[in-house]
Design a protein around this ligand. Structure first.
Ligand code: HEC
Ligand code: HEC
Length: 304
């Protein structure tokens, strides 16, 4: 309920809930007071199947008692637990709190499973079949929605199985990426570059850096404009892992390949975020995950 901006829904739910409970109580009280029209022989006068008569007896006391009990229980429950709009309940119970308690319990139970790996260097964990099976499951549950279940990524989400790194592929760097997350920012560069023609020429120069198909006349004209980019992408466009500026001289394109994709990035810039996992996963889980990710591109026989 706390996600709503106005109090309206909170009041709405509170009033509706209390009104239904009070309505039940009122109905119970009214029906108990009056026994309705009755004939001399204590029947309602309804007769079925020739001789079946409906008696007009009051409900048994224990039956009435059950009704009263449900009402008392309902009110007691609403005092103890959150059920009335924004009201938190006297016991302070919440689904979030219960989740946190269960998670802490599960993590404590799992500690012995991870204990072996916390003191092991990542390179060794990556060679441990059991650790990698755990790493794979952690990856599928926490990372695959963005990086793909095979970790090969997609447009905007980096491939973690190649040896091409925005921020660096050492186990400690991967671990830092997972713990704190990353925020890659390239501000729009159109003003620094000049006219639309200048941007197009520069885009062709960028393509030429990786030997990708390009217009070499335009590339020659655009070369001098690359000074606007070198501060981040490095002289010659080899990239800078300290700021996550991609290497432009390889054929790995995170945000799309070709003249139009590059023109668009120069004109509008790019912001891309990897969410921090600190707090979501334990230190030991992150260590196993970092080893797993490192292992993806450091397998014997993997593409270098
Ligand atoms: C919500 C989407 C999302 C989730 C979930 C996510 N990532 Fe990422 N990750 C990204 C994006 C986007 C980037 C690129 C950031 C950038 O471009 O600056 C990234 C970057 C990375 C990098 C750096 C790659 C490089 O080239 O340096 C690593 C390592 C990584 N993620 C691992 C993980 C792991 C492990 C998990 C699971 C715990 C995970 N990610 C979960 C979106 C996500
Ligand atoms: C302030 C630093 C900065 C400057 C200046 C900058 N870039 Fe970037 N650029 C980045 C970062 C960071 C990214 C990666 C964004 C992300 O996290 O995905 C990027 C991404 C790109 C990409 C996408 C690469 C891919 O793999 O898809 C291209 C192309 C690019 N920049 C070209 C340029 C050009 C051309 C210039 C000069 C006009 C330039 N950049 C200037 C920081 C910069």
């Amino acid at each position: 309920m706390s996600d709503f901006i106005s109090d309206f829904w909170s009041h709405y739910v509170t009033i509706l809930t209390l009104a239904s409970i009070l309505g039940c109580a009122l109905l119970l009280w009214l029906t108990a007071r009056s026994r309705g029209p009755s004939h001399d022989d204590n029947t309602t006068g309804h007769v079925w199947d020739e001789d079946l008569r409906e008696m007009n007896n009051p409900m048994p006391r224990w039956w009435m008692g059950l009704f009263v009990l449900t009402i008392v229980f309902g009110l007691g429950y609403l005092v103890a637990y959150p059920g009335l709009g924004d009201y938190q309940g006297q016991l302070g119970w919440s689904t979030e709190g219960e989740y946190a308690t269960n998670l802490a319990k599960a993590n404590t139970a799992l500690e012995p499973v991870y204990a072996r790996y916390t003191t092991m260097p990542a390179e060794q964990v990556a060679r441990d079949a059991e650790a990698m099976a755990i790493g794979e499951r952690l990856f599928l549950n926490n990372c695959a929605q963005c990086h793909g279940s095979d970790a090969r990524g997609s447009k905007g989400f980096p491939n973690l199985t190649d040896n091409d790194w925005l921020y660096g592929g050492a186990p400690a760097t991967i671990q830092e990426t997972i713990v704190h997350g990353r925020m890659g920012v390239m501000p729009p560069q159109a003003e620094a570059v000049g006219s639309g023609e200048d941007v197009k020429n520069l885009a062709n120069y960028v393509l030429s850096l990786s030997g990708s198909p390009h217009d070499s006349v335009r590339a020659g004209l655009g070369k001098s404009k690359f000074t606007a980019c070198a501060a981040c992408h490095g002289i010659g466009g080899v990239g800078n892992q300290a700021m996550g500026a991609p290497n432009l001289t390889d054929k790995v394109w995170l945000h799309g390949f070709g003249q139009d994709a590059i023109i668009s990035i120069i004109n509008t810039g790019k912001t891309n975020q990897m969410p921090a996992q600190q707090g979501r996963l334990t230190e030991a889980q992150i260590h196993v995950l970092a080893s797993y990710v490192w292992g993806l591109s450091n397998k014997p026989g993997a593409a270098q």
